[in-house]
Write a protein that binds this ligand. Structure first.
Ligand code: UD1
Length: 435
């Protein structure tokens, strides 16, 4: 298994380019199921989850060309024939976002068999809300042998009120509704930029959607969708992670190719702790002129502070003056990084959903274990300021969602190297499913 070896203590300096958003690319690739024409996507991040989604689509009969070389970061998907509308456990067990194919598969083929997402490192992560809403649209859903089977000759429009805000649930149902008969009105929808990005692609494919990016979305179903070309928006979580990397090391970093508008809550918090963020249309420069101060965060649905940035902020809080309270409201078990940060010298006390992080703790290098995607990112950040050489094991979690993070960080001065074979671990070892 690959490991990262990181020697802390170097302020990061220079420019770093942000990749396309994994959490946008995944639903957009699933949207290709909705048409027999070609869907071409640009700015696809080169991360492992994308490769998993490619395998998933191919296993169903799709032709997927993931571009490399000159066509790097592009993909062309053609689902002319979906001979096997099944999301097999062997493929989907590593990636919970696989529930995203449920809606489009029923909408396009009238049937779907999708392996139920298994237990997960950051909480139960059920898909009951997807199921309930699809049933309201006329799907018959049964569950057997670890698979969910859904059938509907043609889905019909419905009035759906999500009991809880769900990002992939909103995306899944949006994809189901675009080919349904009649109008679907979805309320209490996720407002995440990834939902808006998906809606943009669907509209380019001929869908009739209003209100994406707000909590009420209206969809008028159409008979057929056609091919389209779409550019995936920049990854706001990768951007946020590198903002913290600049801040925690006391560096001077400029992130390019990003969208500062998607990071308002994160930037506001960084400013509160004393980080200077200079914003331009598609870049952010980050510096820390003085001492970092503590601040409290509480994760919320967009546009609130993202749960996917909680672990990284906690690493930053270990270096700030005073005690920061970090409250996780979205997932019930998302403090796995805490034990590892404590092993590096952090002082953190968890009480239910809140962690109290005592600041100005000198961190010292240790052998630590990555446990999920964003928790792993927080360990990288902590290692960048720890004294000595930290070894992070199981970096396949990071490879799921960050494109060549070690190369990007090395490019701005970090002392980080990968040991072991790049991408060598088999999917069998990567059984934890995370955000
Ligand atoms: C997505 C993101 C993930 C992010 C999360 C929250 C992708 C691929 N992943 O995950 O990075 O951390 O949003 O911003 O986009 N829930 C239910 N029943 C359901 C669905 C969800 O109870 O049917 C609950 C979940 O357990 C959780 C909450 O709703 O407590 C939010 O989950 P959800 O927004 O669905 O997260 P994901 O879409 O899985």
């Amino acid at each position: 298994m690959d490991k990262f070896v990181i020697r802390g203590g170097t302020p990061l300096q220079g420019t770093l380019r942000i990749s396309g958003a994994k959490n946008s690319a995944l639903p957009c690739m699933a949207a290709a199921i909705l048409t027999e024409d070609e869907v071409a996507l640009e700015n696809i991040p080169d991360v492992r989850d994308i490769e998993t989604e490619r395998k998933l689509l191919v296993s169903m009969g799709a032709e997927v060309e993931l571009g490399y070389g000159r066509a790097h970061h592009r993909t062309r998907i053609r689902c002319a024939l979906l001979s096997d509308p099944v999301a097999k456990y062997e493929i989907v067990k590593t990636m919970r976002a696989s529930s995203l194919v449920l809606g489009p598969l029923i909408a396009r083929t009238g049937m779907a068999r999708v392996a139920m997402p298994g237990g997960c490192a950051i909480g139960g992560r059920p898909i009951d809300l997807h199921i309930k809403a699809l049933q309201a649209m006329g799907a018959e859903i049964t569950q057997e042998h670890g698979y969910l089977e859904a059938r509907a000759k043609r889905l019909r429009g419905a009035h759906i009120v999500f009991d809880k805000i769900t990002v992939t649930g909103t995306e899944d149902l949006l994809m189901a509704a675009v080919l349904a008969e009649g109008e679907t009105r979805m309320e209490n929808c996720a407002r995440e930029p990834e939902v808006t990005d998906l809606a943009k692609l669907l509209i380019a494919m001929g869908a009739q959607i209003e209100g994406a990016g707000t909590s009420t979305i209206r969809v008028r179903g159409v008979e057929k969708l056609h091919g389209a070309k779409h550019r995936i928006h920049p990854d706001r979580i990768e951007t946020g992670t590198f903002l913290v990397a600049g801040a925690i090391t006391g560096g001077d970093l400029t992130l390019t190719g990003c969208n500062p508008d998607h990071l308002s809550a994160v930037i506001e918090k960084l400013r509160e702790v004393g980080v200077q963020c200079d914003l331009a249309a598609d870049s952010i420069r980050v510096r820390t002129p003085g001492r970092l101060r503590c601040a409290n965060i509480s994760t919320e649905e967009y546009p609130g502070f993202p749960t996917d940035m909680q672990a990284q902020f906690m690493a930053l809080a270990t270096q700030a003056e005073g005690t920061s309270l970090v409250t996780e409201n979205i997932f019930e078990n998302r403090f796995m990084h805490v034990q590892e940060l404590i092993r590096m010298g952090a002082h953190i006390r968890v009480d239910g959903r809140t962690a109290a992080v005592l600041g100005r703790s000198p961190l010292s290098a240790a052998a630590v274990m990555a446990s999920d995607l964003r928790a792993s990112a927080s360990l990288v950040l902590a290692a960048l300021v720890a004294e000595g050489e930290t070894i992070i094991d199981r970096v396949y979690h990071i490879d799921r969602g960050y494109e060549r993070i070690e190369e990007k960080l090395r490019g701005v001065g970090a002392k980080i190297r990968r040991i072991g074979n790049v991408f060598r671990e088999s999917e069998e070892t990567a059984v934890h499913v995370t955000a």
